[in-house]
Design a protein around this ligand. Structure first.
Ligand code: GRF
Length: 211
């Protein structure tokens, strides 16, 4: 596949960036027909920016607080993504809600990863350790990973892929998070690769199929 056919991927991340790195590794191994054009964060200097810097990827701090109103904030984000000619927007550990005009512009081209089997254990406030703690406290035997298209709500939007992870009786949020993360690092690059190869289609009823 020629360079011109690579999909431009803009990544949003707030913290550690291990999922971003997992995608980057597969790109660098030639397994994904895409390139990461920028990393955007609501935090000033998150660890994920260090990873981006090491790989020569530009970073941008974009926070609602920098703007006097929501429309300017959304317009700035849209312009940024348009300037990078983003084909895919990837939320990899990004905690803020993406402004509605941006979600609309990138409908079915914006993907999020969540460390549980949505629609369970998702929504506002369900992030990081809180997700795994809630899973353990509920007593369910199975959790997992969900990769889905982003809509205007937290952790909703059409599911693209899910993979199960067993919850063990002796699990703590930390041990469970570790096992789930391993699956995340496999599933996310797989979905991104399929998206870049135009293998993911959305039916009229909103359901997702893989070619
Ligand atoms: C992951 O568990 C992801 O599912 C969730 O946030 C976490 C980000 O981790 N949305 P990392 O920054 O990719 O290491």
């Amino acid at each position: 596949m020629g360079l011109l056919e690579l999909k431009n991927i803009a990544v949003f991340a707030s913290g550690r960036g291990s999922n971003f790195l997992a995608v980057l590794r597969q790109i660098e191994r030639g397994k994904i027909d895409g390139r990461v054009v920028c990393v955007i964060s609501d935090h000033v200097r998150p660890p994920v920016f260090e990873i981006a810097g090491k790989h020569g990827i530009p970073t941008h701090w974009v926070n609602r607080k920098q703007f006097s109103n929501a429309a300017d904030y959304a317009e700035f984000m849209l312009n940024l993504l348009e300037n990078y000619r983003a084909d895919l927007v990837l939320l990899a550990g990004y905690l803020k809600l993406i402004p509605t005009p941006v979600v609309r512009r990138y409908r079915y081209a914006m993907i999020n990863i969540h460390p549980a089997l949505l629609p369970n254990f998702g929504g506002k406030g369900f992030y990081g350790e809180k997700v795994h703690r809630a899973v353990i406290e509920s007593g369910v035997k199975i959790t997992g990973v969900t990769v889905h298209f982003v809509d205007e709500h937290y952790d909703r939007g059409a599911v693209i892929a899910q993979e199960k992870v067993a919850v063990e009786p002796e699990d703590t949020p930390e041990t469970l998070a570790k096992r789930v993360l391993k699956v995340e690092h496999r599933l996310l690059p797989k979905v991104v690769g399929a998206f870049c190869d135009d293998q993911i289609k959305v039916l009229e009823n909103g359901k997702v199929v893989w070619n």
